[in-house]
Design a protein around this ligand. Structure first.
Ligand SMILES: [Mg+2]
Ligand SMILES: [Zn+2]
Length: 188
């Protein structure tokens, strides 16, 4: 089975410094839903791993998160795409959980759910903490320059402490990342 792991905000939908707190605030990035549909058509299952600390900050509740994901799934279905599982961390950084990226429990749970080895699994994010979590478990880290991606890349170039994990692919957006994933000899 082929699997791809995606961060949500800044990869699939527009990011917001004020959190995505309602379905109205969830707006797909151009081309991202078609890119997911293309992954499905190419035999990949797709799992999302997303930090949603807005829940524990009291900015929105689980029911709202579910409605946001219903909107995402509905828009995806309209273009023939499907996300097979959404894993989220509701905690804030000071909750000291093990699931919030850059920690790895969320990604490990995805591996258990799908019974896959994480080594070499393509994993796409726009923030350094995404790439750190993915790289720590042996996934192929892929930075997209949408969302926080441009800032992540600029910071990596300016500060060695913020460097991207070794062998990180850098792609303009999810559409470009998916083209590269599909073309990769390791993903067949
Ligand atoms: Mg993000
Ligand atoms: Zn957590």
């Amino acid at each position: 089975m082929k699997l791809v792991i995606l961060d949500r905000d800044g990869v699939i939908n527009r990011d917001s410094a004020n959190f995505i707190k309602s379905p109205n605030e969830w707006v797909a990035l151009p081309g991202s839903l078609d890119a997911i549909a293309l992954l499905n058509q190419s035999g990949f299952r797709v799992a999302v791993a997303t930090n949603q600390s807005g829940i524990n900050r009291g900015l929105f509740d689980m029911a709202t998160l579910n409605s946001i994901h219903e909107k995402m799934n509905r828009e995806l279905a309209a273009v023939g795409g499907r996300i097979d599982a959404i894993f989220y961390c509701p905690h804030a950084a000071d909750d000291h959980c093990r699931c919030r990226k850059p920690d790895v429990a969320m990604v490990e749970d995805i591996a258990k759910r799908f019974a896959v080895e994480l080594h070499g699994i393509p994993a796409v994010g726009d923030a350094l903490r995404d790439l750190q979590a993915f790289a720590a478990v042996g996934c192929q880290p892929i930075l997209v320059l949408s969302g926080k991606g441009e800032a992540t890349l600029a910071a990596a170039k300016a500060d060695a402490d913020l460097a991207l994990p070794d062998n990180t692919w850098v792609c303009a957006d999810l559409a470009e990342a998916v083209q590269r994933i599909i073309a990769s000899p390791h993903s067949g």
